[in-house]
Design a protein around this ligand. Structure first.
Ligand code: GLY
Length: 356
């Protein structure tokens, strides 16, 4: 029957029938919820990210808001304000963002004196035609956008750096003070990081999935503790410390940056998900590839295993989440709308040495 021949009653009946069929289809498919996954230090960040997603913010903005908590936290010594400095005692920050709908990204590296590098990276994505700004150029760009410069080296971070410097070599000119190791700030650091089997490093990652299927992600860090001045890790490199594509999902990395760079860690996770692997299986498959690429002797222990930890996190476009690490004992943070944020154990390749 041509539409013009429909009576008002026919029309109302057919619309009602369509409504019932549509409602049945919606009921058969669970409504997609907002999801965020991140590193172990991102528990508060994933919660805030999901709150922002629920308020309608784009995923990349929500992720940047989430990691901003860590960037401003002086106790988070691997990220932003209070981050541990490089070999010279200078705090140099790296961060990147990516939007998986537009496939645009922004990043900054070796940025000094700006507390929220992730927010600067977001401006690079939105307010330039480029992706990565480094060093003084990144700082000048941040200034142009109204970011305020400040001293990021907290007193605690300075003391930890000085202690490291004084104890780094037995025959240089630096001498530790007699009771320096008793300082509460140093004791705090040694308790938190000092006995680790691996060289400690910070970094926070958040990947976000919106209810409409949009994805975005952000990674931000002060990098390897006491790094070579100018050293840049995986965090601000698109495809390494983070990557997303709304057709597939989003992924990110924390831990040993160089091994992640060599294997394009986050992009590899996304490609494995594109081939059909679950987020956890994609992270594990990527780590296996990373380990196969770990050929330099200085990166391998006496049994040929990696002398570093790399942590990967992923969320699929369907809302599945997963995380995996080279070594056992790691966790990742997950939050879904309507549920509390939680820490979940990550899958792993190797059992961590008992003494660690
Ligand atoms: N994954 C952080 C870094 O290596 O700097």
């Amino acid at each position: 029957m041509p539409a013009s021949d429909l009576t008002r009653r026919d029309l109302l009946t057919s619309v009602a029938a369509a409504g019932v069929a549509g409602a049945a289809a919606v009921a058969a498919q669970p409504a997609r919820r907002q999801v965020a996954i991140g590193s172990v230090n991102a528990l508060a960040a994933v919660k805030l990210t999901v709150e922002r997603l629920s308020a309608g913010e784009p995923p990349v903005d929500a992720a940047v808001a989430g990691v901003g908590l860590a960037e401003a936290d002086p106790d988070e010594v691997g990220v932003g304000y209070g981050g541990l400095p490089n070999e010279d005692g200078v705090v140099q920050l790296d961060a990147a963002v990516m939007d998986g709908v537009s496939m645009r990204a922004g990043a900054v590296a070796a940025l000094e004196r700006i507390k929220h590098p992730a927010r600067v990276a977001l401006q690079v994505m939105r307010r330039t035609t480029r992706i990565l700004l480094v060093g003084d150029g990144a700082l000048r760009f941040a200034r142009a956008h109204g970011f305020v410069e400040e001293n990021l080296l907290t007193e605690r971070a300075r003391k930890i750096w000085l202690y490291w410097k004084e104890n780094a070599a037995p025959d240089d000119d630096w001498l530790p003070a007699a009771a320096e190791a008793e300082d509460p700030d140093l004791r705090w650091f040694v308790e938190k990081y000092g006995s680790s089997y691996f060289r400690p490093q910070g970094t926070i990652h958040v990947s976000a999935l919106a209810a409409d299927g949009g994805v975005g992600c952000c990674t931000t860090t002060s990098g390897l503790f006491f790094k070579l001045p100018g050293r840049v890790g995986d965090s601000p490199l698109i495809g390494c410390g983070l990557y997303c594509d709304a057709e597939v999902g989003s992924a990110g990395a924390t831990g040993h940056g160089e091994s992640c760079i060599i294997s394009n860690g986050a992009a590899t996770v996304v490609e494995f998900m594109r081939q059909g692997k679950s987020p956890e299986a994609a992270c594990l498959a990527t780590l296996e590839r990373v380990v196969r690429s770990t050929r330099a002797a200085f990166l391998r222990d006496t049994e040929g295993r990696p002398r570093y930890n790399l942590n990967l996190y992923a969320v699929s476009a369907k809302g599945e989440v997963g995380g995996a690490s080279t070594w056992s004992g790691a966790q990742h943070a997950v939050c879904r709308s309507g549920e509390p944020a939680r820490l979940l154990p990550s899958a792993y390749l190797f059992k961590r040495p008992a003494a660690d």
